[in-house]
Design a protein around this ligand. Structure first.
Ligand SMILES: [Zn+2]
Length: 324
């Protein structure tokens, strides 16, 4: 038996810190709204959570991105300080193992949306110094670095020259590159440029649901060749065009698709909790995560494969990315 409580369960993407920043919720307290807070993470057996600071270009304007990201970093740090008995900030894989070993959860800070750099690559090093360890190259909009799969305007046909520099700079800094949201061209060009494995933190499977936020089999094979991974997303519309029909079974089918295609070493969990409204049937919030483990056991997956999928794959990628 694999107890979720025994595996290092890692979720590669949630937007929950935005609820904390807006004052809507205290993530230290159990809530009936939203998908994720510390008590429910404990119920779900989560050991590592990437908290993405999503920089909404509809709300933020020129000059406002850097202060917003810094507020987000402070919000994650503050969450850790106020709840130090339950969670601590991990700045590297060794930190994460030590924090989990001490019986607490590891928080990792991400930034979502390369437009937040406003073309200023020096922010990568500044934000990394402040604690950011995952960077999502694009959101739904194309930016100075790369084209987005969600934007019809694709000026770079993939990566720009600045984008290539950004990839090399993240490799240098040990920041994990996140290719979710990128256009297919940008995706493949990033894989060509990077010297280390990357993640697609919250994406689905295009052969199961044809949609620009999901990865084709060709992309999944390339990701496996890169020794990176895809974090399987829980967002109903990415799983099923009739979103009310989406359920945990689609998440498990997505994981199984990757496993059948390239093996169990290149897939993980990337919920996007609090990045969408509504609830996925069977995975209504983070407390329901052990149901994924149960489904994988039912499918006859060996314990070693389940541990890889639940979190060990991400730790392997993070170690590769931060070891240079
Ligand atoms: Zn996203």
């Amino acid at each position: 038996m694999v107890e979720s409580s025994a595996a290092l369960v890692a979720d590669l993407h949630c937007d929950s810190i935005l609820s904390q920043m807006s004052g809507e919720r205290d993530l230290g307290q159990r809530s009936a709204v939203g998908h994720l807070d510390l008590p429910r993470m404990i119920d779900g057996g989560v050991k590592l959570q990437v908290f993405a600071i999503w920089t909404d270009p509809k709300k933020l304007g020129p000059g406002e991105y850097d202060p917003f990201v810094r507020r987000g970093i402070e919000a994650v740090r503050d969450l850790c300080v106020r709840n130090s008995d339950r969670i601590a900030l991990a700045l590297g894989p060794a930190d994460a193992f030590a924090i989990v070993g001490s019986g607490r959860m590891a928080a990792v800070i991400g930034v979502e949306g390369g437009h937040a750099l406003e073309g200023r690559l020096e922010r990568l090093a500044q934000w990394c110094a402040a604690g950011v360890r995952v960077f999502t190259v694009t959101w739904c909009n194309s930016n100075e670095l790369a084209d987005s799969g969600g934007d019809e305007n694709r000026p770079h046909h993939g990566l720009s020259e600045l984008g290539r520099k950004a990839i090399r700079e993240m490799n240098r800094l040990g920041v994990v590159i996140d290719v979710s949201h990128c256009s297919d061209e940008a995706f493949f060009q990033i894989l060509d440029e990077t010297a280390v494995p990357v993640i697609a933190s919250h994406s689905g499977i295009r052969s199961l649901r044809d949609f620009n936020r999901n990865l084709s089999d060709e992309q999944l094979k390339a990701l496996a060749h890169n020794r990176g991974l895809v974090g399987m997303v829980f967002l109903p519309y990415f799983l099923n065009s009739e979103e009310e029909k989406a359920s945990i079974e689609d998440v498990v089918a997505g994981i199984d698709h990757v496993v059948q295609l390239v093996g169990p070493d290149y897939v993980g969990l990337g919920s996007d909790f609090d990045g969408f409204s509504g609830r996925l049937k069977g995975l209504e919030d983070v407390s329901k995560l052990p149901a994924v483990t149960a489904r994988l056991l039912d499918k006859g997956y060996p314990e070693s494969a389940i541990r890889c999928i639940l979190g060990a794959n991400f730790l392997r990628v993070w170690q590769s990315a931060s070891a240079r």
